[in-house]
Design a protein around this ligand. Sequence first.
Ligand code: F6R
Length: 368
Amino acid sequence: EKGGFDWFMLKEIDEQPQAVADTLLGRYAADGSLQLDEMRLSDDELRDIDKVIIIACGTAFYAGLVAKYAIEHWTRVPCEVELASEFRYRDPIVDRSTLVVAISQSGETMDTLMAIRHARTQRANVLAICNTNGSTIPRESDAVIYTHAGPEIAVASTKGFLSQVVACYLLGLYLAQVRGAKFGDEITAIMHELESLPAAIRRVLDDGEQVRELARELVDKRSVLFLGRHAGYPVALEGALKLKELAYIHAEGFAAGELKHGPIALIEDDLPVFVIVPPRGRDQLNEKVISNVQEIRARGARTIVLAEDGDEHVVPYADHLIRLPRVPTLMQPLVATVPLQLFACELADRLGHDVDQPRNLAKSVTVE
Ligand code: F6R
């Protein structure tokens, strides 16, 4: 049943190219425009939306954080991302022109369910992004986009996360389309970028041995940091969460730009720090993050750098270099997360932990 893998989690990590392809499947209408057929919200309703609020927990929340970058960039509609467990307790500003997007792999997470119930009392439109057909959250929502990633059995979410990001991207593109942006060509180009991801993810998986080796080397570490910027920031948070929940070691993710505002004080000799380096582009973020790598290395950190093929500037400051396929900035989370999943899985396995059933955790959290 584990398909030759030692753990369901490894199997599910390996299924990610297919999961992403399946999330993308069947999204075109005959005229080549985008369609989301399970959507029960009309295009008119979507045109009236003036704010998107994404609510979710844990890894699904990080998928939402990634999606914010894309949704705001493509639609110019403000997009907030909030932990479901915080949402209804702070008297959020929600009305009929708010689109509340609930992301949940299981569709049964109680915090997320209570948040959408609250949103509906405020007459918001609620859309679920969910992997489990017929589960409670999509049943209680006005609309749904199913991720179609297949059942996720390991407690730690992996293919769930990637497919959630892709489904959010589909939503962002669809919103851009119905809102009439002269955007048609661009939507097609972005769809092609998404469609090229399964092959890119497969390549990262094929390079997995290097990450497994690294986990063996770092097996006695008690603390690991993760740095990222822009869409790489939520990837850092996700990398840290995976390590906490599976290996039970202290791990924290930071926005690389925040380093100098505090976290740099944590850097000490031989502290492993993963850094997700943004693709080279016009925005200078690549250069800025590379200079962060330089700074922490000068203070003794052991730098584990994830950088795209052909990025040579970072090489002198990387104690370990994990290569990523060259993809646009907004697509990078979908390749950069994969080595971090493998790392956490391998380290936990080395430590003798039950990777599929970490202590104290349940697959779906049906209490608040
Ligand atoms: C982390 C993990 C959890 C879930 C969270 C939300 O690996 O699995 O953080 O992501 O409990 O679960 P769903 O998506 O089912 O609502």
